[in-house]
Write a protein that binds this ligand. Structure first.
Ligand code: 4NP
Length: 154
């Protein structure tokens, strides 16, 4: 199983979604590969935003080692599930899809918590510290639900 987290820049939301799910997968001893990417190429090669890194460290999930990359059409072949943080990310991913099989892989992350509501993980980039804490909490909840899907029955 391979899971990809996607936002716009791959420096705020998807890196913490990636880091938290990786941490939970490792702790549970599961065979799940987790990665993240951005629909834009503006921050390729960069570490996550310093504010996201600080919040992540403070709340127990350091993500200093992650580096931004851009989502590419090959990711549809590589990954089983592709989670978008908001509807803009979702639409940008869908624009790159080639067929129904690609499109079936794309989901809104917070639909794991609030099924069918298409709620967004809000972009914290232009806000204050609280926005980063809120993102961490939302993504923490969603990734716990994802993890539980794969641990049930074990
Ligand atoms: P992200 O946040 O999509 O959660 O990584 C953003 C990062 C950078 C920009 C916007 C959102 N930006 O405009 O550079």
């Amino acid at each position: 199983m391979k899971i990809l987290m996607v936002c716009l820049g791959n420096i705020c939301r998807s890196p913490i979604a990636d880091g938290l799910l990786r941490q939970k997968v490792k702790h549970a001893g599961l065979d799940i590969i987790v990665d993240s990417a951005g629909t834009s190429g503006h921050h390729v090669g960069e570490a996550p935003d310093p504010r996201m890194r600080a919040t992540a460290k403070k709340l127990g999930c350091p993500i200093d080692d992650l580096r931004a990359r851009q989502f590419s059409v090959k990711d549809f072949d590589e990954f089983d599930v592709i989670y978008a943080m908001d509807s803009s990310n979702y639409n940008n991913i869908i624009k790159l899809s080639r067929n129904e099989q690609d499109r079936a892989k794309v989901k809104m992350l917070l639909n794991e918590v609030y099924p069918g509501e298409n709620r967004a993980v809000p972009d914290p980039y232009y806000g204050g510290e609280q926005g980063f804490i809120d993102v961490f909490r939302m993504v923490d909840e969603a990734t716990t639900i994802i993890l539980n899907k794969y641990t049930n029955g074990r």
